[in-house]
Ligand binder design. Structure first.
Ligand code: ADP
Ligand code: MG
Length: 326
């Protein structure tokens, strides 16, 4: 957990353990292939460590953005990655380099790319409900661990959840702690940057953020992974904001065709306007959709009531088909 004494009032951490190298990144690494991805602030490229031949990902962060010095933000991002070192579902930070204009984070390479790609994929490439159950369980395990350490990510979306491999489907890695905060003494309200699709109502209303803010995003994320549709996305930003603040969500059979009612119930426990009434990560992990026996979950709309004892089924029994998206 980040040292709270070194935290400023905005939930930013300024002390890091990692030695910042000032020798040349290029003399230790070769850049290979085209970029792995890019976000609002960074470009990420695949690199090979010359000494070992190992593949990593290098995240290039400019220290000045729009004429402002952003070094403190980058140091905070490093501090949070350090604090999550033992979290198996957070990307590992290996080394940090700094030159006059940039800070370079050498990260574990998540070769499977963003889960975004499979969220918008055609049927045969898209996630099955079984995939989503496994991946959401991993996301929640990672996020529960962050929340136990008072870290809120604040930017959970399919572009920031990566896979160790895509075929076969690997494990998730949470990346991009650029907007994250330590909750101990946050007085700040988060500025709305980029796409609002995954942003919780309290952020739009400039109310305080909390770990529940991440839980809303996990609700949106799960919806997208199962249906391929973004629940609040409107024709423009204003419409999206309105959909979010009115919690205007389509749970119809049309959208959730072939998806279990337990999955819908799970999403409903997260897309709740009042952050205090939203399920926590720990509560989600106990939700029957994720904790129960796998086969029964997929029997869309013909589920036994939760009070009925479940009958054990053998592993060899075929599982019902469950296309993840239309
Ligand atoms: P930003 O803060 O600019 O959004 P991110 O950390 O999200 O930067 O990185 C931008 C993109 O680069 C990600 O959405 C992802 O596609 C890719 N990326 C980031 N980290 C890794 C990694 N460790 N392995 C593979 N790809 C990565
Ligand atoms: Mg990002």
């Amino acid at each position: 957990m980040p040292d709270s004494r070194m935290m400023n009032k905005n939930g930013m951490v300024s002390n890091i353990q990692t030695r910042i190298r000032t020798d040349s990144f290029k003399s230790n690494y070769d850049l290979v292939g085209k970029e792995l991805g890019r976000g609002k602030f960074a470009v990420v490229k695949k690199c090979i460590e010359k000494a070992t031949g190992k593949e990593h990902a290098a995240k290039f962060l400019r220290k000045r953005r729009k004429g402002e010095d952003c070094r403190t933000d980058i140091i905070h991002e490093i501090a949070v990655l350090e604090s999550a070192k033992s979290n198996p579902f957070v990307v590992s930070l290996l080394e940090v380099y700094e030159d006059t204009s940039e800070i370079i984070l050498v990260l574990e390479c998540a070769a499977g790319g963003e889960i975004f790609n499979q969220c918008v994929a055609d049927n045969d490439e898209a996630f099955t409900e079984q995939d989503v159950i496994r991946l959401v369980r991993q996301i929640l395990t990672g996020v529960a661990c962050l929340h136990r350490n008072n870290v809120v990510h604040l930017d959970l979306k399919p572009q920031n959840i990566l896979l160790t491999s895509s075929r076969p489907l690997g494990d998730i890695r949470i990346v991009d702690f650029g907007l994250s905060r330590c909750m101990d003494n946050v007085t700040e309200v988060r500025e709305i940057v980029g796409t609002p699709e995954y942003v919780a109502p309290e952020i739009l209303n400039f109310e305080p953020i909390s770990t529940a803010t991440d839980m809303w995003s996990i609700g949106v994320l799960t919806y997208v992974m199962l249906t391929g549709e973004s629940p609040f996305l409107g024709g423009d930003k204003q419409e999206t904001f309105l959909n979010i603040s009115q919690v205007n969500v389509d749970y119809s059979q049309d959208v959730f065709e072939g998806v279990s009612s337990l999955a819908v119930d799970f999403i409903k426990s997260l897309l709740v306007k009042n952050p205090r009434k939203r399920a926590t990560a720990e509560e989600c992990l106990k939700h029957h959709w994720l904790s129960g026996h796998t086969h029964l979950h997929l029997l869309s709309s013909h589920l036994p009531s939760l009070d009925e004892p479940e009958t054990e089924q053998s592993e060899s029994e075929p599982e019902p088909e469950s296309p993840a998206s239309s």
